[in-house]
Design a protein around this ligand. Structure first.
Ligand code: F3S
Length: 281
């Protein structure tokens, strides 16, 4: 039995930076600590932080009820409006928005101020996309499917600026942009997919091609883990999506010749190692 573990499996730079910063703040003690949304899409980490006194707030309404403490903005980023609410409430803010996401905010803010219609290639319901939308001062459209790209229309003369959710599939982004480009609009395309995502996806695809079964580890709500699963499933029919070792039917996989393992950007090293060790017993 051979195991191929992806080198890119686990925390990306932005997530590591965000999680480390929250633990640093916990160490310091003092005022109550809140994260605006779970710091990462990983229940284990969020529960551990909860035990250490870090509460998760989910809505602007909850934020408006706070009158003291520190609010941590996670790597996904938030809309401009949320910064204003935090300031108005007189709360201390720690912003660990990933620099790659901040770059998108700056592009969207600038280009929408120039009158461009912002097109975000991504999932409309994802918090990162919600945050990006909140930096546009004009028209904004989110496109995720081929159908949405095909039916997208704007009045003649309207200029477009296309950006992407950082974790979007690179090939699909190119295909959607091609559909939009053929419509003859004046269009500025900025591929804002993060390298960490591309590298992770390319490595996962390669490993999935070479193995008999593939295990993808990550939180249920982690969009980049879901994408990894889709990519691997295409290459290797025997692909499993698990959150922790408990979800894995190891016995079933022990009969397989070679297993590949990859993990989403919010999967702690500890969980990856636990899964890997199953084959080293
Ligand atoms: Fe940042 Fe890329 Fe990770 S955008 S949070 S380094 S996936």
């Amino acid at each position: 039995m051979k195991v191929k573990l992806a080198k890119t499996a686990g925390f990306c730079f932005g997530v590591k930076r965000a999680v480390d910063r929250v633990y640093e703040e916990v160490e310091k003690g003092g005022s109550p600590i809140y994260t605006f949304g779970p710091i990462i899409h990983n229940e284990e980490v969020v529960e551990d932080l909860e035990r250490k006194g870090v509460s998760v707030i989910h809505t602007e309404e909850e934020l408006k009820q706070l009158n003291k403490g520190t609010v941590i903005i996670r790597s996904h980023g938030v809309s401009k409006h949320i910064y204003q609410v935090i300031e108005k409430q007189g709360l201390k803010m720690i912003d660990v928005t990933c620099p790659f996401v901040l770059k998108i905010h700056r592009i969207v803010e600038r280009e929408s101020a120039l009158g461009k219609h912002i097109v975000i290639i991504g999932n409309d319901k994802h918090p990162e996309v919600e945050g990006i939308k909140g930096w546009s001062s004009g028209k904004t459209t989110v496109i995720e499917s081929f159908q949405e790209a095909e039916s997208f229309q704007v009045p003649k003369g309207e200029e477009l600026c296309v950006v992407s959710q950082t974790t979007f599939n690179n090939n699909k982004f190119q295909d959607l942009v091609e559909i939009l480009s053929k419509k003859g609009y004046d269009i500025l395309v900025v591929n804002t997919i993060c390298n960490a995502t591309e590298e992770r996806q390319a490595e996962a695809r390669q490993i999935a091609r070479e193995v008999d079964a593939m295990v993808v580890i990550g939180g249920r709500h982690s969009s980049n883990t879901q994408k990894l699963y889709e990519i691997c499933k295409k290459e290797c029919n025997d692909t499993y999506y698990i959150q922790t070792l408990n979800d894995l039917d190891v016995q079933k996989l022990l009969s397989v010749g070679c297993v590949g393992i990859t993990a989403g950007a919010s999967t702690p090293k500890k969980i990856i190692e636990e899964v890997q060790k199953e084959w080293q017993k």
